[in-house]
Design a protein around this ligand. Structure first.
Ligand code: GRF
Length: 209
């Protein structure tokens, strides 16, 4: 997959709604060149009081609030897509972004939107994945980075990491153990995509050498 053929760096746009720890992990990885030839063009939050906005500014990242409150999904998404285009974003990374994307958004960035989810998809999509895993009694869970399509957490899977579930886990302890792996996994997945080392074929993401 070629994200851009003539620009120096692949330009990432990160969407957040909250804490933003995955956004920081991606910012660190671009700075340390673990994600090669890329830069964060803009961080967009749909929540004006997202803690991640403060952290993004502290890192010197360009931020934007495009508030969702009271807006129809597609109208809100059209404004976000315009902002992404204005910042010449090549690849969109959802990092704790809590609103489903409209078909308009998915189509505008087809196979160029990534999401990270705190379970081994297709198990436990949607909200509270760690709580769902504990309630089900699974012995292993983990995290998944996938391309975003029109379905909820259902797009082609790029990579996954497995994390054990312990007998005395609470939602908090399991979430913390998974989050540590999310931070490593998301950077690895973005690196794969920006360096053109994977290809989407139907539901499958194939590695290229
Ligand atoms: C992460 O667990 C991510 O997998 C999920 O939302 C959480 C966001 O955390 N989609 P953060 O805002 O990146 O700290």
């Amino acid at each position: 997959m070629r994200l851009n053929s003539n620009k120096e760096d692949v330009r990432l746009g990160i969407l957040i709604s909250g804490r933003g720890s995955n956004m920081i992990a991606l910012a660190d990885a671009t700075r340390e060149d673990r994600i090669p030839k890329s830069q964060i063009a803009v961080v967009i939050s749909d929540q004006p009081d997202a803690a991640g906005l403060v952290r993004a500014k502290e890192c010197g990242l360009q931020t934007l609030v495009i508030e969702r409150f009271g807006r129809r999904r597609e109208e809100h998404d059209r404004e976000i897509v315009s902002a992404l285009k204005a910042h010449e974003v090549d690849l969109v990374c959802l990092a704790g972004y809590m609103r489903l994307l409209s078909p308009y958004f998915v189509q505008a960035y087809r196979n160029r939107i990534l999401n990270i989810h705190p379970s081994l998809l297709p198990c436990f999509p949607g909200l509270d994945a760690q709580r769902q895993a504990l309630a089900h009694g699974v012995k292993w869970s983990g995290c998944t980075v996938h391309f975003v399509d029109e379905t909820l957490d259902g797009g082609p899977i790029i990579t996954q990491r497995v994390v054990p579930v312990l007998d005395d886990d609470t939602e908090e302890t399991l979430s913390t153990r998974i989050l540590e792996q999310e931070h490593v996994l998301y950077a690895e997945a973005v690196a794969l995509v920006v360096s053109g080392k994977c290809e989407v074929v139907g539901r499958h993401v194939l590695r290229k050498n």
